[in-house]
Design a binder for this molecule. Structure first.
Ligand code: 8YV
Length: 333
């Protein structure tokens, strides 16, 4: 007789590839489709060992929710960012969190360069100009900004930051970076102080993880230091930027422009930003190709398969390193 399939709770909609992959090996429960959500949770709570979390477009996975599942062992989360999951609390309770790093690094770095070039050289605006028939009346104005003779300050130099810096090396654009600790073996100057770096560079490229530790890291002071020719690019999380302070800085000409792939309250974008001509706004498309999203989705499935086969998760987040599961906790009860 075939062994009974383990239950997996999915808290929000995910791509079909994930749903199919999970359904093949597990009994899948969809929280957002349950006619009675509380009844589903109550029914699963005594035995549930695995959760699949989407890309943050659902309720936060904090103690209040996770604490309802005493046998929970793993949360397989889609996306490299996992600020929607309280990974520290999870680790302290023997629950492993996995994310989908590496497979999206080059794609996000490509998009970052695209957003950078679009913002610096006003490429979307120039295209709108052509389509509006304005070229017949005269050339698009020369752009005030350029990458030539400019310095980029990376805010965060993790895997994605390094892949962006590598591209900028090829563009012959100098790179410096700010992070809490200097990175061993990188050729770029490290700034322990973000305001100091903002003062010295022309563009801030934000690629640091989201979450409480980086909330509003880019505030009015940093923007002031970046200065009237400065450009902000945000590829990480909307929470890292104080959005009202950014809007105020753009309106007052305290910085020149911004390129944003992420927003504080996605998919809602502040009307003030929508109305500005000197910003480039992307609908969170950093990793959004079929190729890369398939690879990310497959990793969500593979993490669960590897865990269920007793081989351990493939890509645990740093907080989960060394978490050995809840078996002792449970058998001690
Ligand atoms: C996804 C991302 O858009 O990986 C991340 O952290 O922000 C993106 O790749 C997001 O996770 C999906 O909704």
């Amino acid at each position: 007789m075939a062994a009974e399939k383990l239950d997996v709770l999915m808290v929000g909609p995910v791509m079909p590839l994930i749903e199919q992959g999970i359904s093949r090996a597990f009994t899948l429960h969809k929280l957002w489709e349950a006619p009675d959500r509380e009844a589903l949770i109550a029914n699963l709570a005594p035995r549930l060992r695995a959760i699949v979390a989407g890309g943050g477009k659902h309720e936060p996975m904090g103690p209040e929710f996770l604490g309802r599942f005493p046998k929970l062992e793993i949360i397989s989360s889609f996306g490299v960012g996992y600020d929607h999951v309280d990974a520290k609390w999870a680790a302290a309770h023997g629950i492993v969190v996995t994310n989908t790093p590496d497979v999206l690094t080059e794609e996000v770095a490509d998009t970052a360069l695209g957003l950078l070039l679009c913002t610096v050289r006003e490429l979307p605006q120039a295209e709108r100009y052509l389509r509006a028939g304005k070229w017949l009346e005269g050339d698009y104005p020369l752009t005030r900004a350029t990458l030539r003779d400019r310095i980029i300050g990376m805010v965060g130099l993790g895997r994605i930051g390094k892949a962006i810096a590598r591209r900028l090396d090829a563009f012959r654009v100098p790179v410096v970076y700010h992070s809490r600790h200097p990175q061993p073996g990188v050729p770029y100057r490290h700034y322990p102080n973000l305001v100091d770096m903002a003062r010295d560079v022309d563009v801030l490229m934000v690629v640091t993880p989201g979450g409480p530790a980086t909330k509003h890291l880019i505030d009015a002071n940093v923007l002031e230091a970046l200065g009237p020719d400065g450009i902000l690019i945000n590829m990480s999380r909307g929470s890292v930027v104080d959005e009202p302070a950014l809007i105020a800085a753009l309106e007052a000409g305290k910085i020149l422009s911004a390129g944003l792939d992420v927003f504080a309250n996605e998919p809602r974008v502040p009307p003030e930003l929508m109305a500005m001509e000197n910003v480039v706004l992307f609908p969170h498309v950093g990793s959004a190709s079929v190729y890369t999203r398939d690879a990310m989705g497959q990793l969500v499935v593979d993490n669960l398969l590897s865990w269920a086969a007793g081989k351990g998760p493939l890509t645990p987040v740093p907080e989960s390193q060394g978490v050995r599961g809840r078996k002792s906790e449970i058998s001690n009860q």
